[in-house]
Design a protein around this ligand. Structure first.
Ligand code: 0WD
Length: 256
């Protein structure tokens, strides 16, 4: 009997094999979890289907869910309920900002770009937590992904830094409300990892180089390390932890 045997977990935000969500899926799968995947839309369907096939060929639960659309969220969780009944955890691995807002000066952020980043990267956690709560009849664990750029200024992170700050605060407020239902809400602050989303950040190579040079562990982190921390947060091993942010960043955040 493994840590997550017999339990159902929803993974939101697999885009391709480099996605941090996919690293989390692999860690949870190794621990015996049954996984349900949501993906953004048709564009990603075949890609995600192919990936999930390598992990769970016998139980392929794949549901479209664009988090900017309330109807999509409602339909997705209705389908999840019909297919598995209760869920025990949810990994929210979703963020978006326009590429042109991830460079230059913060004062050039557009109203529309600001709203879009907030909607997809921060509000979506609140919306999916509401839907997930209804399926967490035995309690549960919600995990989201954040970044140091929400705590302090990281060059070019700009509007996404402000969205991550809102996400971090949402984790705290959600944890305060959902604790009475035995639902825990935590964040993993991952160090920079080369993914599709990271491609939008200018000078990403420079950021990786500086981590290798300065981080206490003198290296960057990978998806598997974030995945194993998510496994801890999804499992009973972390039962006393909520409203917390765990930095999986080779220690970089301790530097001033
Ligand atoms: O260095 C990094 N890669 C870090 C990422 C460091 C610290 C944190 N993070 C966070 C990101 O901000 C994000 O919250 O990890 C999370 C996952 O990001 P990722 O794994 O780095 O990137 P990616 O594989 O691109 O997954 C993010 C996905 C989207 O992919 P694209 O790149 O196609 O936009 O979020 C999903 C989508 O699949 N997504 C949506 N899902 C549903 N509805 C939506 C949407 N409207 N928009 C984006």
């Amino acid at each position: 009997n493994q840590l997550l045997t017999g339990k159902n977990y929803v993974i939101m935000g697999v885009a391709n094999r480099r996605s941090i969500a996919w690293g989390i899926a692999q860690s949870l799968h190794k621990a015996g979890a049954n996984l349900i995947f949501t993906y953004q839309g048709e564009r990603l369907k075949s890609n995600v289907e192919e990936l999930v096939d390598t992990l769970q060929p016998e139980r392929k639960v794949l549901i479209p869910c664009d988090v900017t659309n309330d109807q999509d969220i409602q339909t997705a969780f209705q389908q999840i309920k019909e297919q598995v009944g209760a869920i025990h955890g949810l990994a929210h691995c979703i963020a978006f900002a326009k590429t042109e807002e991830l460079e230059g000066e913060m004062v050039n952020t557009s109203r529309e770009g600001y709203h879009l980043a907030q909607d997809i990267s921060a509000y979506s956690l609140i919306a999916v937590s509401k839907a997930a709560k209804e399926l967490m009849s035995d309690g549960g664990s919600i995990v989201t992904l954040t970044y140091l750029g929400g705590e302090r200024v990281v060059p070019n992170y700009n509007v996404m830094g402000v969205a991550k700050a809102a996400l971090d605060a949402s984790v705290k407020y959600l944890s305060a409300d959902l604790g009475k239902y035995k639902i825990r809400v935590n964040a993993i602050s991952a160090g920079p990892i080369r993914t599709l989303a990271a491609r939008g950040i200018s000078d990403f190579n420079k950021i990786l180089g500086s981590i290798e040079e300065k981080a206490p562990l003198r290296r960057t982190v990978d998806q598997a390390e974030v995945g194993d921390t998510a496994l801890f947060l999804m499992s009973d091993l972390s039962r006393g932890i909520t409203g917390e942010t765990i930095h999986v960043d080779a220690g970089y955040h301790v530097l001033g």
